[in-house]
Design a protein around this ligand. Sequence first.
Ligand code: ADP
Length: 620
Amino acid sequence: MKGLRIFQTVRWKIVVIYILLILIAMQVISAYFIREMERYYVSNFTETLHSHANLLAVNVERYLYSGTGSGSGNGATAGPDEGENNDYRSDINYLVNNFVTLQGAIVQVVDENGIVLSTTEEEKGIVGQKNTRAEVNMALLGTRNEAIKMDPETSQRVKVLAVPVKRGNQVLGAIYMEASMESMYQIMRELNQILATGTGISLLLTVLLGIALSRTITKPVIEITRQATAMAEGDFNRQVHIYSEDEIGKLGQAFNYLTKRLRQALTQNEEEREKLSSVLANMSDGVIATDRDGNIMLINQRAKQLLQLEEEPLQRPLHEVLNLPEHYQPGLENFQGDGSLMIEIPPEGEDKSLIRVTFTSLQGKDQLGKGMIAVLQDVTRQEKLEQERKEFVANVSHELRTPLTTMKSYLEALDEGALEDKNIAPKFIKVVMNETERMIRLVHDLLQLSRLDSKEAKLVRKPVAIKTIIEPVAERFMIQGKQRGLEIELDLTDGNSKVYVDRDSVIQVLDNLMSNAVKYSNDQGKIWVRTKKMNHNWLKVEIEDQGVGIPRRDLARIFERFYRVDKARSRSMGGTGLGLSIAREIVHHHGGNIHIDSKLNKGTRVMFTLPIYRGEQHEK
Ligand code: ADP
C-alpha cells in the first residue's frame, strides 16, 4: 500500500502527466512523419520507375516497330530478315541492361503478343515465353498499369509496372518492370527505430526533468504542509524557506505572513486572557460564570475561598455549589433574573461567613451567552458592624433612659411633696445628682470613644518615664480602696523606662483598669500593678486583682462597648460599660495591644503594651 501511495503524490502525478504528454506528442509526430516519409518515398520510387519505364518505352519503341515489320511500310523490305531480327533484339537487350539503373529491378520487354523479348533476369529461359500478368495484358491493351504485390517467396513488397509501347495508337508491346520496395521500407523501419529511440531518450529525460521540476514545486508545498502541522500543534516560531519569487514563493511568503499575524493575534489573545485571569485572580470579590444550563464555566480563586470549596466545581450546577434551591438555577424559566441574596458558609456550624451573591445575566453571543455571572462578596464584617451599630444605638438609648427614668421619678416625688420632707428631700436630690453624674460620665465616655473612632483625638505623644504616670494614679486608688481594706502593690521593674505616649490618655487607660480592679475586687483584696520591658520596643503594664473574675464565655466579648458581665452590679458601681473599650482604643492608638486573662472568682489580669521611646526615631 505504501508503494502505491507514492504514486498518489503530486510529484509522481506530474511525472506521469509529462510521460503521457511526451508519448502522445511523439506518437502523433511519428505517425505523421512516417506517413509523409512513406508517401514521399513511394511517390519518388514510383516516379523513378515510371520515368525509367517511359524512357525505355520510347527507346524500345522503334525497335519493336521495326520488329513488327510495320517499319518497312515506308519503302523498306517487306519483313526483317534473320540478321536484322537479331540486331534489334540485341539492341533491346542492351537498352534493358544498361538503361535501367534501379538496383535489383526486373525489366522485361514484351512484344504485342506478350512474348518476352528481353529481360534483366538471370534466367534467360523466359525469353520467348509469354508474360501472362494482368498488368502486361492491360498494358498491351494500351493502358499503363501498376500495382504493389507481395512476393510469395521473399514476403517482400514489390512494385509492378507495365507501360505500353505505342506508336500513335498502335500498341507495339509493353515494358514490364518489377522492383522490390524493400530498401525503401528498410529506410522507413530505420526511421521508425530512430524515432522510437528518440522517444525513449526523451521519455527518460522527461522523467528526470519531471522529477526535478516537481521537486521545485512540491518541496515548498511539503515545507508549508509541515509548517501548517506545526502550527496546528501550537508552534508559531517557524518560517517557511522561500526558494523563488514565483507563485509558490508568494504562497510561502503569504504563509509566513499568516504565521506572523496568527502569532501576534494569539499573543494578544493570550495577553488579554492573562489580564482577565489576573484581574479575576486578584479580585477581592469572588466571580463565578455559568453557561446557559447553569453549569459553572469559570470560577476565580477568591470564589473558591469564600465558598470553602475543596473539590473542583467546574461543570457543576451553580445552585448546587451555592446550596441554593433549584429555582435559582439560571436557564430555568422560573428564574427571576438579576438580583442578590445572602448565603451562609458553611451552612451549618459555628463561625459562619455571610456571603452576598449578586446575579447578573449574560447577553453575549459566545458559549457563555444567556449564562449567569455571580459575584460573591464577604459581608460578614459589614453585617457585624451594622449589627454592632444597631446594638450601640440601642445600648446608648437604654443607658440614657435608665438614669433619666430614675431622675424623672425622683423629681416627680419631690414635686409631689417630698421636697418638703427634710429627711427624704436631701436623699432624693443626692440620687438625682448621682444619676446626673452618671449621665455626664456616660456622655463623656461616649464622646471620647467617638473622638477615638473618628481619629479626631490627636495624641500628644511625649517621652515619659512610665512610673511617673502609674504612681499618682495608683496613689489615688490606694486612698479610695483603703476604706474597703484593699491593698495596692506596685512592682515597677523598668519603671524608669521612657514610653512615647500621650500622658493623659495613658492615665485614662490606667484609671479605667484600676477602677475596674477596685470595683470588682472583694474587700480586703489585693491589687498588683507591674511594669516590665518586653523588648527594645515594648513595655508591658499589668494590673492584677483577686476579684470576682470574668466567666470564660464572656472573655471574648469583654472589650465590646456596653458589654458587661453583670449589668446590675456594674451600674450600681457607676460603670458605663465603656471603660475597657476606651482603654483598648487608646492602647491601639499607641500601636500597642491589650489582653485580659481571668478566672471566675479567682481574679483578673489585664495587660497592655506601650511603645518604648527610641530617641530621634520617634521625634521624626
Ligand atoms: P464597666 O464600666 O461596667 O466597668 P468596663 O468596660 O470597664 O465597664 O468593663 C466591662 C465589664 O467587664 C464589666 O462590667 C465587668 O463585668 C467586667 N470587668 C472588667 N474588669 C473587671 C475586673 N477587673 N474583674 C472582673 N470583671 C471585670
